[in-house]
Every structure is written in C-alpha cells, then in structure tokens.
Design a protein around this ligand. Sequence first.
Ligand code: XIL
Length: 723
Amino acid sequence: MLLTTLLALCCSTLFAQWGPAPDPFPGKTLKDAYKDYFMIGVAVNRLNVSVPEQAALVRQEFNSMTAENDMKPVSVHPAVGVWHWGAADSIADFARKNGIKLRGHCLCWHSQFADWMFTDKKGRPVKKEVFYQRLREHIHTVVNRYKDVVYAWDVVNEAIADNVRPRFVNGKLEPGTPYRESRHFQLCGDEFIAKAFEFAHEADPNALLFYNDYNECDPGKRDRIYNMVKKMQEAGVPIHGIGMQGHYNIYGPSEEDIDAAITKYAQLVKHIHITELDIRTNTEMGGQLQFSRGEQKPLAPYLQTLQDDQYNRIFKIFRKHKDVIDCVTFWNLGDRDSWLGVNNHPLLFDEQYKPKRSYYAVRDFEATSANATVKEDFVPNPLNQPGQQYPMVNSQGYARFRVVAPDAKSVIVSLGLGGRGGTVLRKDKDGVWTGTTEGPMDPGFHYYHLTIDGGVVNDPGTHNFFGSCRWESGIEIPAPDQDFYQTRMDVAHGNLQQVLFPSASTGEVKRAFVYTPPTYGKLVKGKQQRFPVLYLQHGWGENETSWPLQGCAGIIMDNLIAEGKIQPFIVVMTYGMTNDVKFGHIGEFTAKEFETVLVDELVPYIDKHFLTKPDKWNRAMAGLSMGGMETKLITLRRPEVFGYYGLLSGGQYAPEDIKDPKQVRLIFQSCGSKERPDAIMQSTEALKAAGLPAVGYISEGTAHEFLTWRRSLREMAPLLFKK
Ligand code: XIL
C-alpha cells in the first residue's frame, strides 16, 4: 500500500496525461461557467431526454437544446398529410418541463427533407407554386406547434455551395453559382430561401430566424454566405441570425479564420449561434453526410491534447465575440451519440458520458492565465545547444518554442499548463512551428519532449537529460533563488569524477559519480583529511547522471562550502536500478538487489578508494522520489550502515519504523508546496513528538521536479554529519 502510494506520488506528474483528470471544481457546470457569455446547447435524440442518466446530464450542463433529427421535415412530415410528432413532442416537453431553451432545426434543407413536396401523385415534378404552397403549410404547422417553446429556427440549412465551379452553359463558360444545386434551387433559384424565411416569419413573428451552414469559416464559402444573406436582407427577407455549424477538427479551422468569419457575419446580423459544434480527431470537417467513421481504437493521447487545445482556442474566440454569439450548441451529448461515430471522439463527454479533458478545457477557462500580458523579454534557455536561440524563456517563466517541421500536421511540446497535455504549436506562413506556454511555468528545471504527428522526439534546440527512462530535452525556467545552483567565479570548485566499480552480485561493472570537495586530497597541518560520504539517489526514470547534471549536486556543494554553511563531504551518486520496475509490479519492489550493490559493493569500494571516514556516523543516504523509497527501505534494513536519512519527495518515516531512537541523527523529509506538504509536516511533527531528530522542509512554488530537490539538498547538507 505504502509503496503504491509512494510510486503514485512519484509518477503522478509523469503520467498525468494518461488518466482521467479529477474534477478540479466539483459541481461547476458548463452552463454556469458561461452564464455571462452565451447559452450552452446540445443536440439531443429521444433517448437523451428519456434515459435518466442522460437526461440528468442534459439538465445539469446545458441551458439550450436542439432536436438532432426529430424536427426535420423527413421526421415530422414524411408524406403528404402524414405527421409524426411523437419524438419531437417528447423533446419539446422536456424543454418545457426543465426550462431549457429550444432551437428549432430545421425547416428547409436539401437533405432529410420532405421530398414528396417536389412531385405530384403520379411522380411528376410540380410547379414551384405548388412546392411553395406545401412548404408554407409545412413551415406554418411545425412552427405553430412549438411556438410556445422554440425561440429560434434554423429556417434554411446549407443552401450555399462548397466550391464554385465555372461551367459551360450553351457552349459558353459561365462563372459557377454560389448556391448548392439542390432540387430546391433547381426548381426555384434562390427565391426558395426568401420564401422559407417569409413563411416562418408569418407563422411566428417573434421567432429568431437563422440561416445555418457548415464550412462557414472557409473564406470562400464565408463570403458566399455573407453575400447571400446581405442580398436577402436588402430585399427585406427576415434573416435575423447566422448559424455557424462548427463541424471542425483538431487541425482547423485556424483561429484567424474563425475570428474573421464571426467578425464578417456580425456586420449583417445581431445573432450568431454556433449550432452544431464538434471537433473531429482526423482531418475531415464540415457537414457533408459522407465521412469516415473513425478508427476503432481508443483516442491516442496526442490527439486528445490537440482536441483540448482546439476547444480551448475556439472558445477563447467565442468568448471574445460574446456580444454577438448568444448560444453555442454541441452536436450530440456524448461521443457515443455522435453522428460521426463513437471513434471520432468529437465531444466533451465520452461514450460513457463522463467528462473528457476537453470538457475541463472548455469549462475551466477562468483558471488559466490566458489574458495575462506576456513580457517580451525572452532569452535563450541556458541549457540550449551551441548557437541555438530556441527554446526561450522570459522573466515571468513563460517558455517559447520553435520547431522546423514543414510537412508536419501537428507539433506538441509536452510542457504546458492546466493538465491539458502540453503546448500545441502552430505553423506560421514559413512552415515553422511556434508557440508559447499558456502561462508561466514553475521555476527551475523541467524535462520535456516534442510529439510530432504522434511520434516522440527531442527538441534539437536544447540539451538532453536522463529522465522518464530516456534522454529528454531540458529547459531551465528562471528561479528567484537560482544563484545557489549556479557556478560562480569566486568559488573554489570540487571534482566530479566517474568511477567504474565491479558488482559481483549483478556480474556487471557499474558506474557511480563521485563529488569530492575542493579541499579533498590537500594536507591540513601536514595531515591527510578524511571526509564523510552522502549516498544520493535519483528518482524513477532517472539514473546516476541526474543528480550531477540537472540536480547540480556538485555546484550546490561548492557554493555551500564556499559560504561556510557546511563541512566538506563527499557525495556518491549511482544508478538505483529503479527503471526495471514495471507498472503494475510496483508493490513487489523491495530494493533488495540495489541494497546489495550499494551496501555490500559500492560502500566498501568507496571506502577503499577514497579518503572517507568509514563509519555509520559519517555516512548518509538520501534520495528523491523513488530514490527516497529506496532510502527508507535500505536505511531501515541496514541501520548499522547509515546514520542520517533524507527523503526528498520520497515519502515519510513513521515513528514506529525507527526501532532504536539512537540509530539515526537526522531524518530529513521534504517536498514541493505543490506536492503534499501537509503529509511532510505532519509526519515530521509525529517523529519529533516521538523524540526523533526530524526536520521537514517545503520548497515554495514547486512540484515533483528538480528545483524541489536542489533546494532540498541545499537545506539538508548543513544538517548532515553533526555529532
Ligand atoms: C445529422 C444527424 O446528426 C444525423 O443523425 C443524420 O443522420 C444526418 O444529419 N448538418 C446539419 C445536421 O445541419 O442536421 C446534420 O445532422 C449534421 C450536418
């Protein structure tokens, strides 16, 4: 149990992107979060309003609804004189009962239409006057039936062409029509649009009437929609609003195109509704009824990140336009209902109606510092490769990335805020991917990597550091106290050397790094000095290079010695054999093999080859994260070897763990304030109350990362080897 908790703690940061995120604001809902912006709607089918759990979710999260299919002509009016109201009525009743606003969808569309309107009993085409008469009766009947509850109608749906193709008419090349060549258009030209709006307005002069279409942000189609609505309005046609369907995907449309479309439509109408929002996880978009139904496999984490990011970006634009946007409707409740098929994963709720990460990205926008001003004082990250400008960092802690990958579809930097899986870069006009973290990062060192089209690679701009069982890219965010881990001209420097020692138990030659202080080997009053030794362990995913490189262990020691804060000692850092532990088998981890390597092989080797004081009161063991777990196991099993213990974000000792209070002279326990500081402080108090020499330390403003451990070493070192 303890082991599992500990490891969960160690790995919570690394694996955050894989688990469902716990709700950071339980009880908060979409409609509440957006109450000062616009309504949040959902397209529903009959089940969504009758299955209790689904109906509860609709009531909880949404204050607007649209019938996905049940108010369409094909559903309510499948044949002349035949009306089917059951499903539509049940949705309308649900809206009435629950005080949820209802949008009507849709009165006139080329698809799912009452196609019988075009032909007579014998199947011969009717004149347009007959068609108008039938359309009028249809619109009047439907609009009247739901007048008390439907406040807005999508009157005409998708009347504009996706592309304009020039064509030959009577042997002459004519510019193509901006209209879709539907049966409606072929019979009536664009007059049917005007007629449909007029009929709806007659039926309910109070209803808001919308023209609704997809690919509405594509600049060409946008302009065609704009020109059509403008022309109709100038002719007195009552079009009050434009419905932007919003069938998007994770790659587009761009923020610029969405923003430009809303801005342009707002010149014509006072009401814009996003009517059918969903974000596919492939490259398809739009409202065409032919599409691939997604691959049958769980959503890859990088696709989820791209989706979260796209939702985040587009809602930012929607919020900016809250004066004209009154309602944003998701097209379906959960992925299971999606018209695109469950494997497109396009919505905020999954196939079990559980909120996805994208739900939090949309709902919790206030939690991000998106509106903060970013200072343009970026400088190259200190860990960059020679001559590289990027990644950059600024004085507030923002990081900025630049990656040249002209043919890539997506580039994600694993560093980011808000549990959204990283920072998604965007391609500029030169094919270069750039992006800045959405807010300041915690100070200190961070590992990261790039995910380019789903493949993990390092950032060629910066150096690599061993973490997550691989060499990861490293970035250093400025810290207020960074001087203590930086090399200084006025300080004498010790020596960091590699030793290769034989390990009979494993049959391998193993490596350790040994820091010896500047005075090591120097005679004092003609005598050889001997030094105490700290055995310092890394965490899971790391190795013996982690403390000397990203941990800055030697530099911290030099600086502490120069400031007179510690008596010089040796630090030995070896590989703790942690990385073979597989997930699911953590409970079986005993550190037994490593105990043999450390205590029976390395300690004697060091005592033989270095000027050590070879006794327990001159020997300490400390470790970070999983290295802390090892420290605890080994110090308790071998109390005769080590006299000082340190757990850095690596759990705690309980008073009853210590069999003899005289066995230990220091129990140092620490973590970052963003970890579980209460656990450290409570445990330290309990140890002290039991008469044990415990010290707790909390690193302010840091999490399970190296600045916490650099600071912990700085705090712990002066307390070691005190008699
Ligand atoms: C879709 C429905 O979701 C599907 O169930 C149905 O089979 C086809 O129509 N644009 C629209 C919506 O305006 O009415 C469409 O709804 C999706 C595209």
